[in-house]
Ligand binder design. Structure first.
Ligand SMILES: Cc1ncc(COP(=O)(O)O)c(C=O)c1O
Length: 436
């Protein structure tokens, strides 16, 4: 292999040849050339602790030996046929998904990405129900295609083009900034009731489906109260509306207690959509639904790359690895330790307005004490300074003021200690300057 380009050369080349919308997390990005476990290495061989896993994708660690072996074996045996031919890995994967998803979800469509999984699920929900309207939540993120970006309620990721038709939004369960100005102690889950208000006032009364993330990822790890989805599901059932749990970020044990985040919420969805962690970095997505829904009227689908043997064999190895290495359990234990540590940190730095999440799906929202004014510049500074100290954190939220910590699920308590130490140092520097 030829020597990697310097950062400056690569930055210039990227600017010249990629459309400018393909944004970068860091102002001064390292040039990553290698990954191993929970670590990344730059072009100078320097190690970074990866606390963001790509974008919440490297579930079992970078270049995991078992997963890699299966990927390479499949690449060397049969790389491609497409869905019109009979091959086994895609079918084995669908069988495995039926085994690990809750309830009677049993029939899958394997895609290349989360966006495509969401598109496909909405299309099937519309076909199967004979209805059209779709409900999504404010602050959601569901992908970048025309329909998926319409379903996304965050203007950062919505291009100024006409949206897809038939999508309406309900308020989200965002306790830190309650849309109804309530506190968890004084509320009757108005956010859940808002779904009924939206059905009554913004739809024909017969919407096809609602899509929601169990914990909003790009939205900044916004974590609803325990009862929220139970109440929402009751309303959906009253109006005969199907429910898609978008588990692109929360899936595969990341929340620490169940393979899928919606099970933590005590709700059985009609569809689960997934991607990211399923492939540990190889492109793959899927939806799974019930036989009853799947068998209702879908016409022919072909997909050139969806369910390809390499991504499917890799995904099977990822699911096996999560079980063998008890990574869901690790997400619960190490994630709990992380959240505790962040709450301690919050005591020293009141600009850490809210620490939230479950397992290794964690967010820290930064805001001015008292007024809760979002602090995006300070958040960007903490993320940048942490990177300079070789800890990679993510960033998100509607206001860009939430630190996102969603590492590979194999991280250790020592990794958490390193992360907290580096965040403390960064916060000290930010606090020394004062909020702008
Ligand atoms: C919850 C959620 N759904 C869907 C998507 C879209 O997935 P992809 O980027 O694989 O198209 C994302 C991506 O971040 C996501 O976080």
């Amino acid at each position: 292999m030829s020597a990697p380009l310097s950062r400056e050369e690569l930055k210039k080349k990227r600017e010249k040849y990629l459309v400018p919308g393909v944004k970068q997390l860091f102002a001064e990005p390292p040039h990553f050339v290698r990954g191993q476990g929970q670590y990344l290495f730059d072009e100078k061989g320097q190690e970074y602790l990866d606390m963001f896993a790509g974008i919440v994708t490297v579930s079992v660690g970078h270049c995991h030996p078992k997963v890699l072996k299966r990927t390479v074996e499949q690449l060397q045996t049969l790389q491609h046929t497409s869905t019109i031919f009979l091959t086994q890995p895609m079918v084995d994967l669908a069988e495995k998904l039926a085994e690990i998803t809750p309830g009677n979800l049993s029939k899958s469509y394997i895609t290349n990405s989360g966006t495509e999984a969401n598109e496909g699920a909405i299309v099937l929900a519309r076909v199967a129900s004979g209805r059209q309207e779709v409900i999504a939540l404010e602050h959601s993120y569901h992908g970048q295609s025309h329909l998926a970006s319409t379903l996304t309620a965050n203007n950062t990721y919505k291009q100024p083009v006409a949206p897809a038709a038939g999508v309406v939004f309900a308020a989200n369960a965002y306790c830190y900034r309650c849309p109804f100005k309530k506190t968890p102690e004084s509320c009757d889950l108005e956010c859940a009731l808002d779904v009924e208000r939206v059905i009554e006032t913004q739809t024909s009364g017969q919407p096809a489906v609602m899509i929601a993330e169990p914990i909003q990822g790009v939205g900044g790890a916004i974590t609803p109260p325990d009862e929220y989805f139970v109440q929402v599901k009751k309303i959906l059932e009253k109006y005969g509306v199907l429910f898609i749990a978008d588990e692109v970020q929360t899936g595969f044990g990341r929340t620490g207690t169940n393979m899928f985040g919606i099970t933590d919420c005590g709700v059985q969805p009609d569809f689960i959509t997934m991607a990211k962690g399923l492939g540990n970095g190889l492109p793959i997505g899927a939806y799974i639904t019930t036989a009853e829904i799947a068998d209702k009227g879908l016409k022919s689908i072909i997909n050139t790359f969806g369910g390809n043997p390499v991504s499917s064999a890799t995904a099977l190895a990822v699911i096996e690895t999560i079980a063998e290495e008890k990574l869901m359990e690790n997400s619960r234990v190490v994630g709990g330790y992380l959240i505790e540590g962040l709450k301690e940190l919050q005591k020293s730095f009141p600009i850490l307005g809210d620490v939230r999440g479950k397992g290794l799906m964690v967010g820290v929202e930064m805001s001015e004490p008292g007024s809760k004014r979002p602090l995006p510049a300070e958040c960007a500074r903490v993320v940048e300074l942490s990177k300079d100290s070789h800890v990679v954190l993510g960033k998100g939220g509607l206001y860009g003021n939430t630190i996102r910590i969603k590492p590979p699920m194999n991280i250790t308590r020592e990794n958490v200690d390193t992360c907290l130490k580096v965040m403390r140092q960064a916060l000290e520097k930010v606090a020394a300057v004062g909020v702008r």
